[in-house]
Design a protein around this ligand. Sequence first.
Ligand code: TRP
Ligand code: ZN
Length: 874
Amino acid sequence: MAHQADEQNPTIYLKDYRAPDFLIQSAELVFTLGEEGTQVQSTLQVARNSHTDADTALVLNAESMEVTAVAINGQALANTEWKHSDDQLVIQTSETAFLLSCTNLIHPETNTSLNGLYRSRTMFCSQCEPHGFRRITPYLDRPDVLSKFQVKVIANKDKYPVLLSNGNPMQRGELDNNRHFVEWQDPILKPAYLFALVAGDLEVVEDNFTTMSGREVLLQIFVEAKDLDKVDHAMLSLKQAMKWDEDTYGREYDLDIFMIVAVDDFNMGAMENKGLNIFNTSAVLANPKITTDARFQWIQAVVGHEYFHNWSGNRVTCRDWFQLSLKEGFTVFRDSHFSADLNSEAVKRIEDVRTLRAYQFAEDAGPLAHPVQPPSYQEINNFYTLTVYEKGAEIVRMQANLLGPEKFRQATDLYFDRFDGQAVAIEDFVGCISEVSGLNMDQFMNWYKQAGTPVVEATDSYNSDTQEYRLQLGQSCPPTPESSIKEPFVIPVKLGLIGSAGELAFQLEGDSNPVVEKVLSFNKTEQEFVFSGVSEKPTPSLLRGFSAPVKLRFHYSEEQLVHLIRTDTDGFNRWDASQQLAELAIDGSGSSDTLVSSYREILGQSGLDPAVAAMMVTLPSMEALSDSKQNLDVGALYDARTSVREEVADQLESLFRAVYLENQSNQDYQPSASQIGRRALKNVALAYWVTAGSAEALEACKHQYETADNMTDCASALSTLVNAKSNQVQALAENSLRDFYQRWKDEALVVNQWLSIQATSGAKGGLNRVLALMEHEAFDIKNPNKVRSLVGGFCGLNPENFHNIDGSGYKFLADKIIQIDALNPQTASRLVTPLTRWKNYDSERQALMRNELERIAQGELSSDVRELVGKSLL
Ligand code: TRP
Ligand code: ZN
């Protein structure tokens, strides 16, 4: 069985990388789009690479297509000179440089995988990263083959008035049968994964941007007519991103047009195709009526992310897919810095770390753990992970902090200039860091090469006679699939020492001056750091700003945590201390009274950013609490968390009421950091207040639901109602849910929120509700946004219902994975995650989850799902 799976799913190794045998210098493509089949004619200028001998055949990738003709230099080849097997087109020729022409037929109209050329509602659109282009036309579909593209799109004029591809429009004209064409030319070399094509009946919103060198760029966002009122925020975000990349990295946009197209059916958030980004509608469309604050911020981040890829990914691209984090880790670092600069640095940092701890740490501790630069893969689509993206960004962040802003900018300048137009490796990026700083980065590379989250154990001691403070650090990293032996990491530990009245000065052994903050370079298994001149016994503020993606273990007493919350100058660590204090209360080793009085203090602090206050009085999520736990009894954990929550709510009822009322606002809605912070605090307070159970609170919540002029307040009130425990509130929640659907049934993105509020509700009987919703007119199993909202929401964000001990949640998920895999492997494989975590749970749940994984494994599966299920069962 295992052997058979291996043959169907061969493993590809980084160490086997070889330069391509052939290069493609230019590609001319003609698309004749049709509702029953699309014809693609390609003319490729091919050259044999210098290392390739004359009897090596040309092997092109060619999947899910019918190849009807092949010619070299205008001469049709005989059937014996080419062979198309399942996924390859093999062409026998000894020419060194030649024009290859192919004609092939594809079927976008039946392509449910949303990979390659497909249809979304009434339009044609494409997704090529990483291997979609090989489903469009025969090609060397690998990122180290860069080529100039010229594309002619032919289609019916009425149904597809807008015809788009990468680069600049060159010619357009009329054809017979009510058809027209547009020809596009992209002057910049690019790999096939950045190709894009769109055809549809789309409206456009236009704007302009003048680059730092004074060039005018036309900005266009294409949407369906009904969505024209939802484009402003993305357009503003795009201009902000263009300006920010000039200011921060000195990088300017290179073409005369930048286009974004919004499509409803899309496997991920968005795609950075050269000059023609394609976006999931959920990552671009927004207005206050339908969009929550979190969504507004997410859209700004994604628009930034895709735009920033123009340099980190497109101009400098990846040699092979093992280097995925070269573009993704770096670009997430860039978009996160962008969001921090435009909103609040402290808030953004806390949000990023919350995601990392709740999801990336879990991935790194499970059967699918992999290094940021993986040594091997079966299906590359499975490696668009939190590890490659978020941990990859943390690794870039450590390098940026190591160098400081000026040197880091020198290093990125060197990187962009030296490798412009090339396909390179992570080592090339780190090489620039090393070259500019003079630092030896050899040991640092362990961050890229080793999976697993390092654990840092810290202990300390203080000698009041000598005023010496000693900090002992030890690091270890649990075994992960690629290796059980781990070399020590270079861990930057930023710290301060907090005394009774605030920060203390200290002098690290070997330093010549006292300071109040220091970054320790902790790079051995065990190390002791000695600080002198410390005037009193301090509470250490360790790993400030989350200076490295590790799990820090230090036994803080409750008093110390309370003191850090009160006194630490590092905003991130104050928040972190609040989370640790809450965790102690939840696991029973601390007291909820201490937590309550600390919350009282936080809420009473006038100078505190409301956004930060809101996060500080929010209990750690179930996901965060589950980290590093074994034999997890989800029900018990949920009950413990709920009871602390109820206790906080009861004891601080009047304070939450006051905070709720104080943070009302009658300003016009803006998705600004300051308004978002106030709304966040107000809605956190509301949820606690309603939990405490008064009629007045319930009335306020109902009133907010009914009268809110923005989706943040409306959805937040609704979800507070839906999550409430009492029967009386449940009835009210039912009414509101019905009302909400009636109000919003024509707005797909709001309907998705409606699905996900219900899917993630902790109220009992969640599965039955989800099963009913699967039959609702609002649901569509072919649309990834709906699947993510309902199936993903229930299985990934509703632990108390999903992990029902009767196993019904697991069986439901397995059924859906099997069903969706036949339609869309990429979306199916993303759903597998919760089942891969089976080892974390009690033995009864483990057996049930394994059973379902085994049941999935018995079917006929995509390579995507097969790899994940196979690795999870090892
Ligand atoms: N490169 C895209 C991004 O920025 C990721 C992506 C979009 C993608 N669509 C995809 C990856 C489809 C795999 C398959 O982040
Ligand atoms: Zn990306």
